[in-house]
Design a protein around this ligand. Structure first.
Ligand code: GUN
Ligand code: FE
Length: 472
C-alpha cells in the first residue's frame, strides 16, 4: 500500500518553529482570546514551548533555548493561527455514502444504506481504496483529531489506524461491535469472536502502531445498546478495564476510550430496554458494564431521561453533538444547554454519512441552527449557543470529550501544536477586505461563510500535514 508520508521536507518549514502573527483560540465557553502580534514557539517534539503577546520573533529565538536556528513563519494581515478542529464522531466506512439515503429515518437509513456499505469492508482492499482520500480530505478541512467509528472488520479497522498514523492525523479508533439488529450480514453473532477481534485491533494499536500513544488511540466500540447483548457488553467492559494507557499510566484501570451511540431515537431507546431489561436508564446499562468514564464518547444523546443525565454527569462522560445528522434523520434536537448546565462535556461531530458534510465548520453552523430551532419552538432564548460556545465546542470541548484536553484544543504551553493557518483573504466567499474592524469579525466570517479554501496550512504535533500551501 502506498501512503504519502507527511513531511515538512521541501515546505520550508521545519522544527523548531516560531509562528508570528495573529493567534485566536478559545479560553473558556464564553471567551475567545485574540492575540494580535503573538509569537508562538514549537519545539523539536512538536509541542508548544512558549506563547507571548507583542514580541519580536527574532528576539524570542535568541531568548529561548533550542530556538536560535528555528524557522520563522510570519503570518500576513488577513491570516490567523487557530487550533485544529476536532470531530468527535465520524463513520469512516460510510464516507462513500455521503448525501445518499437522506429520505429515511434512522432505521430505514441503517438498513437501506449503512448496513450494506459497512458490510462491504469485509474486503479489506475497500478500506485501502476509501480511507486514504478520506483522511486527506478531513485534514485539508482542518480536522486534526477524529473519533472514528469503523466497521465490524478488524483488518479494515487496522488499515484505518495505519493510514491515520501515516498521514499524521490524530485519531481514536476501534472495531465496531454489532451482534443483533443489523441487516445485510453487518454483524458478528459470535460474541467470543467479536471480542477477540476488538482485542486484536486494540493490541495492534497499543503494541505495534503507536506504542508511545502519540497519535492513534484505541477504543472499545459497541454500536449502541440496541445492537449488543448483555454478554458482549460485559465482555467489552472487561476489555476496556484490562489495559493501562501509555499516555496516562495513573489513569487507573479506565485506560481505553469507549465510543457508542446513545438515545438517538425513541425507538432505539425502547429497543435498548428490550435487549437489556431491568435497567433504570440507558446510562445505567452502559455504566453497569463498566463502559462509562471520563474517556467515554456518546453520540447523539437526544432522548435522555433525567436519570440518564444524572449518571452521565456523575461518570464524566462526553457527548458528540451531531446536528447535521440529527436533522437529516429527523432524530430530534439534542439539548446541548441542558447537558452543559448539568456539567456534561460536549463536542461536535459530523456523523458522516448520516450527516452530509465532513467539515467541522458545518457542524458549528448546524449546531447553531439547531439551537435556534429549539429557541423558536420553545420561545426560550436560553437554548441558543453563542458564537464563543460554538468555537469552544469545535476545539476545547472536542478535546475534553476525546479525553485529550491536556494535549490539544488550544495554544496552551506544553500542548501539542495542532493548528491551522487560516487566510481569509484567499476565498472571495469569506468577504473580508481588512476593514471590518476586529479580528473577531474575521473569525465569524470564516466560521459561517468559509471552508477549506481558506486553510493554508494544517499542523498536527508540529508536523505540516495538509493545506493549500502544501499542495501548491
Ligand atoms: N445508530 C447505529 N448505527 C448508526 C450510525 O452509523 N449512524 C448513526 N447516526 N446512528 C447509528
Ligand atoms: Fe453515528
Amino acid at each position: 500500500m502506498q501512503i504519502r508520508n507527511p513531511s515538512t521536507a521541501g515546505s520550508g518549514i521545519s522544527l523548531p518553529l516560531i509562528v508570528h502573527g495573529r493567534l485566536i483560540h478559545s479560553t473558556s465557553r464564553t471567551k475567545i482570546a485574540i492575540l494580535s502580534k503573538a509569537t508562538l514557539g514549537v519545539n523539536e517534539h512538536g509541542k508548544i514551548a512558549f506563547v507571548e503577546a507583542n514580541t519580536d520573533p527574532t528576539d524570542a529565538a535568541k531568548r529561548y533555548d533550542g530556538f536560535a536556528k528555528a524557522s520563522i513563519l510570519r503570518l500576513k494581515p488577513l491570516q490567523f493561527l487557530f487550533p485544529g478542529l476536532i470531530d468527535t464522531h465520524m463513520h469512516a466506512p460510510q464516507y462513500p455514502n455521503m448525501a445518499l439515503g437522506m429520505e429515511g429515518d434512522l432505521k430505514e437509513w441503517c438498513e437501506g444504506w449503512t448496513d450494506p456499505i459497512e458490510a462491504s469492508y469485509s474486503d479489506t482492499s475497500k478500506a485501502h481504496r476509501v480511507y486514504p482520500g478520506m483522511v486527506d480530505t478531513l485534514l485539508a478541512n482542518g480536522t486534526t483529531t477524529v473519533a472514528y467509528n469503523s466497521s465490524i472488520h478488524p483488518d479494515a479497522t487496522i488499515a484505518l489506524a495505519e493510514i491515520c498514523k501515516a498521514k499524521g492525523q490524530r485519531a481514536i479508533i476501534g472495531k465496531l461491535c454489532i451482534e443483533v439488529g443489523a441487516t445485510h450480514g453487518n454483524m458478528v453473532a459470535d460474541v467470543k469472536q467479536s471480542l477477540k477481534d476488538e482485542q486484536k485491533v486494540v493490541e495492534h494499536i497499543l503494541n505495534k502502531l503507536d506504542p508511545e500513544g502519540d497519535l492513534v488511540f484505541p477504543c472499545i466500540q459497541p454500536r449502541a445498546g440496541s445492537y449488543v447483548s448483555e454478554d458482549q457488553m460485559s465482555g467489552l467492559g472487561k476489555l476496556c478495564h484490562g489495559y493501562k494507557s501509555p499516555l496516562s499510566p495513573d489513569s487507573g484501570n479506565n485506560a481505553l476510550r469507549v465510543q457508542a451511540h446513545m438515545a438517538e431515537t425513541q425507538l432505539e431507546y425502547k429497543n435498548m430496554h428490550e435487549l437489556h431489561p431491568g435497567y433504570k436508564s440507558y446510562a445505567d446499562m452502559y455504566n453497569h458494564h463498566g463502559l462509562f468514564g471520563p474517556r467515554t464518547i456518546l453520540a447523539h444523546c437526544i432522548h435522555l431521561t433525567d436519570r440518564d443525565i444524572e449518571v452521565m454527569a456523575a461518570c464524566g462522560v462526553g457527548v458528540a453533538h451531531n446536528a447535521n445528522s440529527n436533522t437529516c434523520l429527523r432524530d430530534g434536537w439534542c439539548r446541548v444547554r441542558t447537558l452543559l448546565d448539568a456539567g456534561v462535556k460536549v463536542g461536535l461531530g459530523t456523523d458522516c454519512s448520516a450527516g452530509y458534510s465532513i467539515s467541522i465548520l458545518d457542524s458549528m453552523r448546524q449546531a447553531s441552527n439547531v439551537s435556534r430551532h429549539l429557541a423558536i419552538s420553545t420561545g426560550r432564548e436560553k437554548w441558543i449557543l453563542g458564537f464563543e460556545e460554538l468555537v469552544y465546542l469545535a476545539t476545547m470541548g472536542g478535546a475534553e470529550v476525546c479525553g485529550l484536553k491536556d494535549r490539544v484544543g488550544d495554544f496552551e504551553k506544553g500542548k501539542d501544536f495542532d493548528a491551522l493557518v487560516v487566510d481569509v483573504g484567499l476565498d472571495d466567499n469569506v468577504n473580508v477586505e481588512g476593514w471590518e474592524g476586529d479580528a473577531g469579525a474575521m473569525l465569524r466570517k470564516w466560521v459561517f461563510m468559509g471552508d477549506d479554501r481558506s486553510i493554508r496550512k494544517v499542523f498536527v504535533s508540529g508536523k505540516y500535514v495538509a493545506g493549500k500551501d502544501l499542495k501548491a
